[in-house]
Design a protein. Structure first.
Length: 368
C-alpha cells in the first residue's frame, strides 16, 4: 500500500523536529520509533520518550493513503537526510515492513504495531492559556536555562520554573549556587499558574522556536504543559516539587554598585580563568574607588591579576566567586553594559542589565 509520495525535504522537516527526543537505546523498542500518520495530504510525525511528546504536521503535495505506521526514527531520519536535495520519495507499507524508494535506491525497514505506540493523554485539568511571540519565549529561556542544576538530588532544581501572575510571565532557574531570572509582560492575560518544566522540554523549545514573530501558545497545567507553534506541538509532564522562593534569593538595595563594559569584564575573567584552580574555579574581585581588580591563583602558586577602570567611589570590598558562573552569565547577555550590585564578602552579587530591566542574575560568593 502506498503510504505517501513527496520530495525529500517535505519529509525531512518534520523528522528533524521530532528526532531530538528519540533515544538511541530504549528499554521499550517502540520508543525508538517514529509514528507516521498519513491521512490524504496530511502527514503527522510523532515521537515520545514517555515524559515528552513532539508532533509535527505537514502537508503533502500529493495525497497518499490513510494509514498509521511506526518505524525506526533514527534510521529513517538518517536515510532521508543522506539522500540528495530534491529527491522524490515513495513510501510503501506491506507485510509489516516500510519500503522507501528514492530513484534507484531502495530501503526496507521493520515496523511495529502502531496501536502499541504510547500517546500522552490530553490534559484533563484546567489550564492557563498564554500566547506570546516565539522570540520572546526563546529569549526568556536563553537568559535563564544555563542556571538549571544537572542531576541534582533536589530534582526540582533540574528544571525551569514558569510562573505567571499579575500579567507577568517569570522564568527562573537555579542550581542552589546561582539564580537566573527574567520576566515578560502579558497585559492582556489574567490568571495564575506556576510549574516546573523538565530540562528536555526546555532544550527542545529552545531548539524548535524558530520564527521570532510567530506566536506560541502555552497551555500550563499542574501535571502537563503543552506548547503549540507553527506545525509543531510539544507536550511534557512537569516536575512535581516546590521550587525555592526566588523573591527571597534576589537581593535588594545593595549599597555597592557600578556599571562596567560587559566585554571588558568578560575578557578579563577569561584571561584570569586560565590560571584558576581547576578544583575550586574561584576568582577574586577587589573593589576599590576607581578600580576593579580581577585575580585568580592555583595550587602551583601561579597568579593572574588585572585592574579595570570603573566609575565607583564607594567603600572597598574583597570578594570571591566561581569564575564559571560569572562567565556563563556574561556570555549569555547581549548588552554592552552590565551593572554589578554588591554588599559584603558574605552576600550574593546581583548582576543586572539596564537594557533589560526584567533580567536578574544572582551568584553566591565563595570563601577565599
Amino acid at each position: 500500500m502506498l503510504l505517501m509520495q513527496c520530495p525529500r525535504d517535505v519529509l525531512l522537516k518534520p523528522l528533524s523536529a521530532i528526532i531530538g527526543i528519540v533515544e538511541r537505546r530504549n528499554t521499550l523498542p517502540i520508543l525508538s520509533n517514529v509514528l507516521l500518520q498519513c491521512d490524504g495530504d496530511r502527514l503527522t510525525c510523532l515521537a515520545t520518550d514517555l515524559e515528552l511528546e513532539i508532533a509535527c504536521r505537514t502537508t503533502l503535495p500529493t495525497a497518499g493513503g490513510t494509514a498509521t505506521v511506526t518505524t525506526s526514527a533514527r534510521k529513517l531520519y538518517d536515510i532521508v537526510r543522506a539522500l540528495p536535495d530534491g529527491t522524490e520519495l515513495k513510501l510503501e507499507v506491506a507485510d509489516g515492513r516500510l519500503t522507501l524508494k528514492a530513484g534507484r535506491s531502495r530501503f526496507t525497514l521493520q515496523t511495529l504495531d502502531a496501536a502499541t505506540f504510547p500517546r500522552m493523554p490530553s490534559p484533563s485539568e484546567e489550564t492557563l492559556d498564554l500566547d506570546l511571540p516565539q522570540g520572546s519565549l526563546r529569549e526568556l529561556l536563553r537568559l535563564t536555562q544555563y542556571a538549571m542544576a544537572q542531576q541534582d538530588i533536589r530534582y526540582y532544581l533540574n528544571g525551569l520554573l514558569v510562573d505567571f501572575s499579575n500579567s507577568t510571565l517569570r522564568v527562573v532557574a537555579t542550581d542552589g549556587h546561582r539564580l537566573a531570572y527574567c520576566d515578560h509582560e502579558l497585559p492582556a492575560v489574567s490568571g495564575q499558574a506556576s510549574t516546573i518544566l523538565p530540562r528536555k522540554m526546555v532544550q527542545e523549545l529552545s531548539r524548535l522556536l524558530a520564527d521570532p514573530d510567530q506566536l506560541v501558545s502555552l497551555r500550563i497545567g499542574s501535571q502537563q504543559v503543552r506548547a503549540s507553534f507553527g506545525d509543531i506541538e510539544i507536550a511534557s509532564k512537569v516536575i512535581d516539587g516546590k521550587f525555592p522562593d526566588y523573591n527571597r534569593v534576589i537581593p535588594q538595595n545593595q549599597p555597592k554598585h557600578f556599571d562596567i563594559d560587559r566585554h571588558v569584564l568578560l575578557d578579563a575573567l577569561r584571561r584570569a580563568e586560565i590560571l584558576s584552580n581547576d578544583k575550586f574555579r574561584s576568582v577574586r574581585l577587589v573593589l576599590e574607588p576607581g578600580t576593579l581588580k580581577v585575580s585568580c591563583t592555583n595550587s602551583e602558586q601561579e597568579e593572574a591579576a588585572e585592574e579595570l577602570e570603573i566609575d565607583y567611589q564607594g567603600d572597598s570590598l574583597d570578594i570571591g566567586f566561581n569564575v564559571s558562573y560569572l562567565l556563563e552569565a556574561l556570555s549569555t547577555l547581549n548588552t554592552p553594559i552590565v551593572t554589578l550590585n554588591l554588599n559584603d564578602p558574605n552576600s550574593s552579587c546581583l548582576l543586572t542589565d539596564k537594557a533589560n530591566p526584567g533580567y536578574r542574575y544572582v551568584v553566591m560568593p565563595m570563601r577565599l
